[in-house]
Ligand binder design. Structure first.
Ligand SMILES: Nc1ncnc2c1ncn2[C@@H]1O[C@H](COP(=O)(O)OP(=O)(O)OP(=O)(O)O)[C@@H](O)[C@H]1O
Length: 819
């Protein structure tokens, strides 16, 4: 029996009584409070998603879409006026920038046509690079979590050291809760093993970090509380045997970070595919020397100078957002599908790719990688995107968003007229923007996989951490119609690569992966400029697992007015996966290292196939923790922005393929990275915000698999829990740490390098200083920092450069030592 349900269209009397008038009646309220016109429309989905209940297949259609129109002339609330003003300013800046492009390009033509400039190590970029260094620093930080002092990246937002972190319901704000019972309890993870497949794919994204980049954070708590407008249920289907291992291996086999992919020959390094060596489209271009230069100690001033943010605007907008949320809340009318925890196929829909109008060669590629059924987000978005609509899509982590935007984008290229073979004339038809290098490389690898039978379509990646000139040469040598890029590097190419701006004028599809992050303050200006450099007549696709209200408000800078918002996160359900067990553990700071060690040991003992990610607040703290765990003889790797890109790529590849390994990481791994079969995600210390918590946690439980997450906080960090209180976290029993273990950890700490401890201390101070809750009371902040210093085994806190202290607003605060 198949039953089609159209919950949206069938507003019952009881619904009306409970939630108020239906959409049409709510709309006037809506448009008054929301700075964009919102238009709902019900539509008939091309497929009826279905799930089974006791053998009965039930179809459900629950996708509601609405359009958002930007309203240029707004008046009324102060907020609306402010938004309008900011747009005008941005547009003025944009047009200045665009008009400067042609002359820049001309200038570059002369510079870059000469291959000799390669050796200049960045100097070849001429004055521009130097002039723009500050800005690029900021950007790079966002992309790569760089910095000597790790500041919270927030989700990219940067600038503004004092920017609050989580604005949330600081129910516990600042409360110091001391003296939890010592190491009682036990066995946090006992018995939760579960088998995990070794297959899976890849792809990634990152986050951002920004050590010392004070980013404006994400104001997490106020937004997206799991209320979608429209939703698509999850419809468990049969498990697909995908044989992904091999595919992953090949698609990620390119160790390279700086990859460019080329279908039609070219490329020096081969990629393994289906057991055979196939011509690789990617030419790996990494430049350790350049990386080393970049990873060098950056002055605090340089970082701060490049991080000026307009924070004020953001505070106000949240209030309005909440109001809007309340209204929308009344619109959700989906019935709950049965929850089937542990079902590894629950992310798949019952619809198959061949039900869409996909080209035969793309279908062949899909078949090769074992994709037959669409995931829920693919099912919901593909038909709409194939029709040419702009789409803002929200879907949980690890549910196939990359293919959801790549596949229809490839179809656009397939349908486009063949272009001249001359590379310089080859227009870029699809531009995919990713916030991090890893993510860009992962997306390109996925595209490469899908393009297996489209030899005339090329993909390239342009990312930071590689020489611009090498990328230029590669692009010259290998035509590509699909370009995957990080914002900073793309902007470099627009301004410094001859003919590049012209090629961008061919863009038909623009994708912002991790859209909320890219539209956040840390990236927004670059993104606006990039948007100005591609044609207005284009299709734009925004994807993310989190779409906070502020993103909805500003998404019109990228999307057409009649775009569709497709939210596959079921109304009323969490934004995280039910099959991922989430816990929090609040314990005094001086116990954290011992607790971490004990937790890891327990998990390792429990699951021989363990694969653990440990997220730390900053790059330097990441280094410290990795050093400690390594000293304790755990099998550990580290990854953060202070490592060269080539190293990051190597470690990332290793972790992807491994089992029995712990990866200690900063937020460079927080978003999008598709490591298969991660068994546990540990987050130590405050996540930058709610979104970051969700994305980090999303590294486990991908593709319907089980996973575990634990958030380890100090008592004074407990306020963060209020920003995620709608998520199903439970209090973890504090594991028993015996005195021997404690001593062992202390001994290992004492072996740690002093300079690492100094850097970690400084980074720690910078990170928490930029948190509104913790950094507000500077005296208390310093007390806590010194507590952290003691946990590293230091009797005296390390001295900090006066300049840095000044920039942090910490001059003359008792307890600090300066130099
Ligand atoms: N139709 C499909 N069938 C089976 N596997 C798929 C399908 N589509 C994508 N996948 C795989 O699912 C995994 C997760 O996909 P992807 O990384 O795109 O998730 P995501 O939603 O973008 O996650 P995140 O929000 O963390 O970025 C990948 O290994 C991908 O290859």
């Amino acid at each position: 029996m198949r039953t089609g349900l159209l919950p949206v269209a069938r507003l019952s009397t009881s619904y009306t009584a409970k939630y108020g008038p239906p959409v049409a009646l709510v709309m006037p309220v809506f448009s008054r409070i929301f700075p964009q016109k919102l238009k709902f429309r019900f539509f008939e989905p091309p497929f009826l998603p279905s799930y089974q209940v006791k053998g009965v297949l039930i179809n459900q259609v629950g996708i509601r879409k609405f359009s958002v129109r930007s309203e240029r002339t707004r008046s009324g609330s102060g907020h609306e006026v402010r938004v309008a003003k900011s747009l005008i300013e941005d547009e003025a800046e944009l047009s200045d920038w665009v008009s400067g492009l042609s002359s820049n390009s001309l200038r570059k033509t002369q510079v870059y046509s000469d291959s000799d400039v390669d050796g200049n190590n960045g100097g070849d970029n001429g004055g521009y690079r130097n002039r723009e260094r500050g800005e690029k620093r900021r950007r790079k930080d966002s992309e790569s979590d760089n910095g000597a002092f790790d500041f919270p990246s927030g989700r990219g937002g940067s600038r503004g050291l004092e920017k609050p972190f989580s604005r949330g319901r600081g129910r516990y704000g600042g409360r110091l809760e001391e003296n939890r019972r010592d190491y009682n309890g036990g066995g946090l993870f006992a018995g939760r093993g579960g088998t995990r497949n070794s297959s899976e794919s890849s792809r990634r994204k990152e986050n951002i970090g920004g050590e010392l980049e004070g980013k404006n954070e994400r104001r997490g708590g106020l937004t997206s509380r799991g209320k979608g407008w429209g939703s698509v249920e999850r419809f468990p289907g049969r498990q697909l045997g995908m044989g992904n291992d091999e595919r992953r291996e090949k698609s990620r086999g390119a160790r390279g970070s700086g990859m460019g992919y080329r279908k039609d020959g070219g490329g020096g390094v081969g990629m393994k595919r289906e057991g055979k060596r196939v011509p690789q489209r990617a030419l790996v271009v990494t430049d350790d020397e350049e990386e080393k230069g970049e990873e060098g100690y950056r002055s605090f001033k340089e970082l701060i100078d490049s991080d000026d943010v307009d924070d004020e605007d953001e505070d106000e907008s949240d209030e309005e957002d909440n109001t809007v949320d309340d209204v929308f809340e009344k619109e959700k009318v989906l019935s709950q599908p049965p929850s089937l925890p542990g079902r590894s196929d629950s992310y798949l829909s019952e619809s198959r790719f061949d039900q869409c109008s996909i080209s035969p060669l793309s279908m062949k590629g899909l078949k090769d990688v074992g994709y037959e059924k669409m995931t829920v987000v693919q099912e919901a978005t593909l038909p709409v995107i194939l029709k040419g609509k702009d789409v803002l899509a929200k879907a949980k982590t690890g549910t196939g968003k990359t293919v959801a935007f790549l596949l229809p984008a490839i179809e656009v290229v397939v349908k486009s007229q063949p272009v001249a073979r001359d590379q310089k004339q080859t227009p870029i038809l699809v531009l995919v923007m990713c916030p991090t290098r890893e993510l860009a490389s992962q997306a390109a690898a996925e595209a490469n996989t899908l393009l297996k039978y489209h030899p005339s379509i090329g993909v390239q990646v342009v990312i930071g951490g590689t020489r611009l000139t090498l990328e230029q040469k590669r692009m010259q040598a290998n035509p590509c119609q699909i370009l995957v890029a990080t914002p900073g590097r793309l902007k470099d190419h627009i301004e410094n690569t001859a003919g590049f701006a012209t090629r961008l004028m061919g863009v038909k599809v623009l994708v912002l992966d991790e859209a909320d992050h890219l539209l956040d303050m840390g990236f927004r200006r670059d993104i606006e400029k990039i948007i100005a450099a591609v044609p207005k007549q284009r299709q734009t696709l925004l994807f993310s697992a989190t779409v906070p209200q502020e993103v909805r408000q500003i998404c019109h800078i990228a999307l057409k007015r009649d775009h569709e918002f497709i939210n596959t996160v079921q109304e009323g359900s969490e934004e995280t996966h039910a099959q991922v067990r989430q816990m929090h553990l609040v314990a005094p700071l001086d116990k954290h290292f011992s607790l971490l060690y004990t937790l890891l040991k327990e998990h390792i003992a429990d699951d021989v196939n363990y694969k653990i990610l440990v997220f730390c607040t900053t790059a330097m703290v990441t280094r410290l923790v990795a050093e400690l765990l390594s000293e304790l003889n755990l099998n550990v790797r580290e990854i953060h922005s202070r490592k060269p890109q080539s190293y990051r790529t190597r470690v990332s590849d290793e972790f992807r393929k491994s089992k029995g390994l712990i990866l200690v990481t900063s937020d460079v791994s927080a978003r999008g990275v598709d490591y298969p079969d991660v068994t546990l995600v540990v987050q130590i210390g405050l996540p930058a915000d709610r979104q970051q918590y969700i994305h980090r946690l999303g590294r486990t439980g991908r593709k319907g698999k089980e996973g575990q997450g634990i958030l380890l906080l100090a008592p004074w960090e407990e306020f963060f829990l209020s920003t995620i209180k709608d998520l199903p976290l439970t209090k973890a029993p504090e594991p028993l740490v015996d005195p021997e273990t404690r001593k062992k950890v202390e001994r290992a700490l004492s072996q740690g390098e002093m300079k690492n401890k100094e850097s970690a201390y400084q980074a720690w101070l910078g990170y928490y200083n930029s948190n509104k809750n913790v950094g507000r009371d500077k005296y208390r902040l310093v007390e806590l920092a010194n507590e952290f210093s003691r946990t590293m085994g230091l009797d005296n806190p390390p001295a900090i450069p006066k300049l840095v202290l000044g920039k942090m607003g910490l001059k003359n605060i008792p307890g600090l030592r300066s130099r």
